[in-house]
Design a protein around this ligand. Structure first.
Ligand code: SF4
Ligand code: ZN
Length: 511
């Protein structure tokens, strides 16, 4: 144990440190006494945890909060771990998509996630392990993990590779090598790092009944669909290789199977225009065939490594100006319903890689995504604003979706500016009730830690309340006798306690 660090922690406890200035003054005092330089918050946090483990101090949320370097990472209640697949071709020929040797299709060296993966030779085990270590060092709980698998078209990778890849991710969370994927998944139910959701990226034309079954066997809970456009002529001139019918079909199959769906949409594709782009987002939420749960909105970036570059050279493609992009994003944000989360706007491509256009401006992301809040889920998530005394209300929103019905239930403050918890219940096109998502926001509270947190919306029974409500609706309005939940393997234990049993790959309850 580091004595110097220990003295600082004890000083923090003694003075009942409450703010960053308190922390700075404790550091100053002890450093002066020891004639030594300031320790980092990470190393102090490590000492704090050691003292806690030795039971030589009691837990203190305040001190923990002060020492956490980037609290924002776990503010959504779950930590994200992104893992990149190995370089592999994609059957697609999309003209905006870059190809770079040694990098998975559609990605570029220099992107932070790519650089991290490259250093580790795209080894899934090491990528997950290192990421968990980093999050732990920064003081984040790592017991609820959402795994985001990125890189190319997942469904095109050999099935053997897919299984190996996911098993390795689970192994890293288990801190050992399991015999096979099934066993790894079962062990993960009680592991220290539980995987509560897994997402992949794929093309709409790769989704069919067989692929869905396979995705469920792998434990996938969310699919990022490369939709890009809702216009057939735009899809055609971008050489997407499929029309909008495929997107509509994939969306329905995925929703009926309980998956959460993210649409990757692209602005400024050839044949589109600011007006058409705007209209496209109107269509996403007025046409029941679409209705995605999450969105990634990327303005098309002009890259030398993509075929579109040649068209631009010939004067056939015109990148939008920054002002145009700003106006489109503003207009889109106005149209976003309460039940949608904008995951991100613009990609992390280093600006020197972009040949021309507004996406080259390095702070474009801040100007277009940060300028105005919208009412999307992300902008309403409670984060650190949790207020124990605030009254929370139950909201119910119903909308038609892919030949079925969606019911979005949420617990929010009266003005709907602070979202505490949400559930997505679906009556599928075949008349089955399925919960596609349950999420409680706020600072992540460790599973079973027993820490009585006043700050967090998690573990306050909100999730349970929403499940009960969903069960009631399924029974009374849908008139079904059974309800299923798509669940990451790490969340199965939670649903068992509520009377659900594992059936196939779903948690199921008779109601
Ligand atoms: S499908 Fe995706 S990865 Fe494949 S070429 Fe098109 S954009 Fe690139
Ligand atoms: Zn928003």
């Amino acid at each position: 144990m580091n004595n110097f660090n220990e003295n600082i922690i004890r000083e923090l406890i003694k003075v009942k440190a409450d703010s960053p200035p308190d922390l700075a003054s404790a550091k100053r005092k002890i450093s002066k006494e020891n004639k030594s330089s300031f320790p980092t918050n990470i190393s102090l946090l490590k000492t704090y945890h050691e003292l806690l483990r030795d039971k030589s101090i009691g837990p203190s949320e305040k001190i923990e909060g002060l020492l956490k370097t980037r609290p924002v990472r776990s503010l959504s209640g779950i930590v994200n771990v992104a893992v990149l697949t190995k370089p592999y071709p994609c059957p697609g020929k999309c003209i905006f998509c870059p190809t770079e040797k040694g990098i998975p299709k559609s990605y570029l060296s220099g992107e932070p996630a790519v650089e991290r993966a490259k250093r580790l030779h795209f080894d899934p085990y090491l990528q997950v392990k290192k990421r968990i270590e980093m999050l732990e060092n920064e003081g984040h709980p790592t017991d609820k993990i959402e795994l985001r698998i990125i890189g190319g078209t997942w469904s095109f990778y050999p099935k053997k590779y897919q299984e190996w890849f996911i098993k390795k991710c689970f192994d890293a969370c288990l801190e050992k090598n399991a015999e096979n994927l099934k066993i790894a998944q079962r062990l993960n139910e009680k592991a220290r790092h539980r995987i509560i959701g897994v997402s992949i990226e794929t093309r709409p034309d790769f989704i069919n009944e067989k692929e869905i079954k396979h995705l469920r066997d792998l434990g996938i809970t969310m699919v990022e669909l490369g939709v890009q456009s809702t216009y057939n002529d735009v899809l055609k001139s971008s050489k997407r290789g499929h029309g909008i019918k495929k997107t509509i079909k994939a969306t329905k199959l995925l929703k009926d199977a309980g998956f959460k769906i993210l649409y990757q949409m692209m602005l400024n594709l050839p044949e589109s225009s600011p007006k058409r782009d705007e209209k496209m987002f109107e269509e996403l939420f007025s046409n029941p065939d679409f209705q995605p749960d999450l969105l990634k909105i990327y303005p098309c970036a002009l890259l030398k490594e993509a075929p579109l570059y040649k068209q631009w050279k010939k004067g056939k493609f015109h990148p939008y100006k920054a002002k145009q992009l700003e106006a489109i994003v503003k207009a889109i944000k106005k149209k976003i319903p309460y039940y949608v989360r904008i995951q991100r706007i613009t990609r992390d491509i280093p600006s020197q890689r972009i040949a021309a256009g507004a996406t080259k401006i390095s702070n474009l992301r801040q100007t277009i995504s940060g300028q105005s809040m919208c009412r999307c889920i992300r902008c309403r998530e409670i984060k650190e604003k949790y207020d124990r005394k605030e009254k929370v209300f139950l909201f119910k929103q119903e909308y038609p979706s892919s030949d079925g019905k969606e019911i979005f239930l949420s617990l929010e403050n009266k003005e709907r500016t602070k979202l505490y918890s949400l559930i997505r219940l679906r009556l599928s096109s075949e008349g089955k009730a399925i919960i596609r998502e349950l999420h409680t926001y706020g600072q992540l509270v460790s599973i079973g830690k027993g820490l009585k947190s006043n700050k967090s919306a998690q573990h306050k029974g909100m999730g349970k309340k929403l499940i009960k409500e969903a069960e009631k609706i399924a029974k009374k309005e849908f008139k079904v006798k059974k309800i299923a939940i798509i669940s990451g393997v790490g969340a199965r234990g939670y649903y068992r306690k509520l009377g659900y049993k594992l059936e196939d790959t779903y948690m199921v309850k008779n109601i």
